[in-house]
Design a binder for this molecule. Structure first.
Ligand code: ADP
Ligand code: NA
Length: 344
């Protein structure tokens, strides 16, 4: 079997939430546990993506540390994985510039995330403190994302559903670059989507759970206490229909909680139908309590680990320095090859 290079990233723009965990981070851990000895596992805290909207410098620095501590807390082993801050490895941005030639501005403008984000910025729903006008970097960031995966020669990229379109774009850039400059220079990666591909907001179950949503009750953080988890789920928006059923289009709030129970159940339930059968006549209150228990069981251990790791600044610094070194080495291979191909 061919050697796998697994790459993914998360923005250090806050403590990761349940959606990040079920949609991405837990899959990263599973991939680590199932990886072959030759496979590479590369996970980045993508601070270059974070700065496509205004960030408070002090806050960003703190979030970078916290996000690294979370990666360790979910069980990623720095001996087995390359864990690094994106801005420590300039090859990402260099590769982005090279790829920008192949990136169609028309296509970028039609991407869902660009349309969503600019709508929010223009409507003033953004939390950013500076100008609400979207900048060039926000428009161009799918190209940076393509560079992230391509410069590491990724063969597999585990992400939530919101990133599928961007991964498709990465494949197109790789193919069009290879078409212009030579076969096999860049590797079009395969997208791996988690079963819990889209965890929804607790206050607006028609939108995905997100770090950047204004209402903190909309998301469960991996650092939330048992009480906070219980409170947030208690105030989750459901509906006035009696009983528990699964129908995301008609009952998004209830279905989101059924999903939360299924995907945190650790094999106790095999499908949404199993959860529904178990909770058939249950009240909304009972459904929420069940969800709180299940979520706590899944993320409680992560929280305990997190508080140990975040207290050890020196260890975090050493892991980041070592990760940056190894990431530079790995990214250097494809960057060199691409630079040669274009005539540098
Ligand atoms: P956010 O959108 O919350 O800022 P990121 O953009 O940093 O999160 O995404 C990190 C990873 O988490 C990506 O793989 C993304 O697809 C996944 N992800 C983010 N939000 C969700 C969600 N609500 N449900 C499932 N996966 C998600
Ligand atoms: Na996102």
């Amino acid at each position: 079997q061919k050697r796998k290079v697994i790459f993914s990233g998360i923005q250090p723009t806050g403590v990761p939430h349940l959606g990040n965990y079920l949609g991405a981070l837990r899959e990263w851990f599973r991939l680590q546990q199932n990886a072959g000895a030759d496979d590479a596992l590369i996970f980045s805290l993508v601070d270059q993506h974070a700065i496509t909207v205004h960030q408070d410098p002090k806050q960003l620095r703190q979030w970078k540390k916290e996000s690294l501590a979370i990666l360790l807390a979910i069980g990623l082993d720095p001996k087995r994985c390359i864990l690094f801050h994106q801005s420590d490895v300039p090859a990402h941005v260099e590769m982005m510039w090279i790829l920008s030639r192949q990136a169609s501005t028309g296509y970028l403008g039609r991407m869902t995330q660009w349309k969503d984000k600019t709508t929010n910025l223009i409507r003033g729903n953004s939390t950013s403190a500076d100008t609400p006008k979207p900048g060039l970097s926000l428009f161009a960031y799918p190209v940076l994302q393509a560079a992230d995966v391509l410069v590491h020669g990724a063969t597999h990229v585990p992400v939530g559903e919101d990133q599928v379109q961007h991964l498709e774009f990465s494949r197109e850039l790789a193919t069009s670059f290879n078409h212009s400059y030579g076969k096999g220079i860049l590797t079009p990666p395969t997208t791996l989507i988690s079963p819990a591909k889209r965890v929804m907001s607790l206050v607006n179950p028609n939108a995905k759970m997100s770090k950047s949503a204004v209402n903190p009750k909309s998301r469960i953080l991996l650092t939330d206490s048992t009480e906070a988890i219980g409170m947030k789920l208690k105030s989750a928006l459901t509906d006035s229909v009696e009983g528990v059923t699964y129908d995301p289009a008609v009952r998004p709030g209830v279905s989101n909680l059924v999903d939360a129970i299924l995907y945190t159940s650790d094999g106790e339930y095999g499908s949404q139908e199993d959860v529904v059968r178990d909770l058939q006549g249950a009240s909304m209150r009972a459904l929420k309590e069940k969800a709180a228990e299940s979520v706590e069981r899944a993320i409680g251990p992560v929280r305990e680990q997190y508080f140990e790791f975040i207290a050890d600044e020196r260890m975090l610094r050493e892991i980041a320095t070592d990760g940056a070194e190894r990431a530079k080495q790995n990214a250097g291979v494809v960057l060199k090859r691409a630079q040669r191909a274009i005539g540098f």
